[in-house]
Design a protein around this ligand. Sequence first.
Ligand code: ADP
Length: 349
Amino acid sequence: MTLTRPRTPQITIIGSLNIDFVTATPRCPAAGETLTATSLTVSAGGKGGNQAVACGRSSFTSRTTQDVTVNMIGAVGANDPYYSTLLKPALETSGVDTASIEQSEHAQTGSATIIVEEGSGGENRILVVPGANHAGLMGDMGNIVAALRAQERYPDIVVLQGEIPRETTLSLLSYFNSGEKGAKVAFNPAPVFPDGVPLEKLCGTAVLIMNETEVVQMARSIQGLPVGDVVEGDDLRPEELAPQFHERAGVEIVLITLGAKGVYFSTKTGRTGTVAGVKVAKVVDTTAAGDTFVGYFATAVARFLASGKGLEAFDEEIEAAVSRANSAAAMCVQRRGAMQSIPFAYDLE
Ligand code: ADP
């Protein structure tokens, strides 16, 4: 009989890192107009970075104990003061190893310039420059694999989003979904690539996490239809959408986040349900709520796999894991900002 010994769970996030420049203004300037705005906030962001921070923070069982190893593979511009003073400290104080982040001589750090129009109820206008997220290492599957191989072993979970090149993401899905590498993929297709994700690339994905818009776009994609724009308020029936991902693409766990309503979950082995969202007194800012959910859920799965159990057996724990990730995301929506609003696990106790 072989005994499986628990080992330290390991997660690798392969994704985007951004600096967010958020300017609040009473109204947007017209072409050629200069206007005095209210404030400028510069903060660390990018879905990859946010989810890495969420994985890291969810693994702090106390202020001094971290029970999961979290690595980030990403790219920023070389000698970028915003990286050294903002992004890197945010990741590292959240328990994320930054050794595999490339500092590129050829591209600048990705950025999002966000204009928040206070007069119109906080409507956003966002300009994204992908920069290093779409260059160098992030377009080079060979070097990403080399960075993964440099780690002691493959992680239990690889977390992917949609903010690095589509080709790289599809290659990573093929690489890990074959099952030979031992690492499982948690994929949050946000944003959904305009050309979607071919069915055969999605096949075998362990965990697929989508919000209400993304699930419709992804369902269209696997049906071979154009991803298209999704009209808000489309009558969403998660119980009809989720089985398509199990039956057609062999996805093991499908999670559909429903904002304040919580999360619909469905497993390949037939367990389904909705875990209601946590009621909060006041929603301050929902930025990074989805990323918080993804990071907390991925960490729960990594812990489970590292204990030596197979993902099929996770059915017994899925509701508890969703519920905890909901609690973390509910705390996030009560705080302003992106990365800084993601709670540490010990904050939830
Ligand atoms: P995204 O931010 O990616 O669009 P959602 O809006 O579905 O994703 O939110 C992700 C998760 O955050 C939800 O499943 C829920 O757990 C939590 N959440 C979002 N909005 C609220 C809210 N108003 N109250 C409580 N929890 C919320």
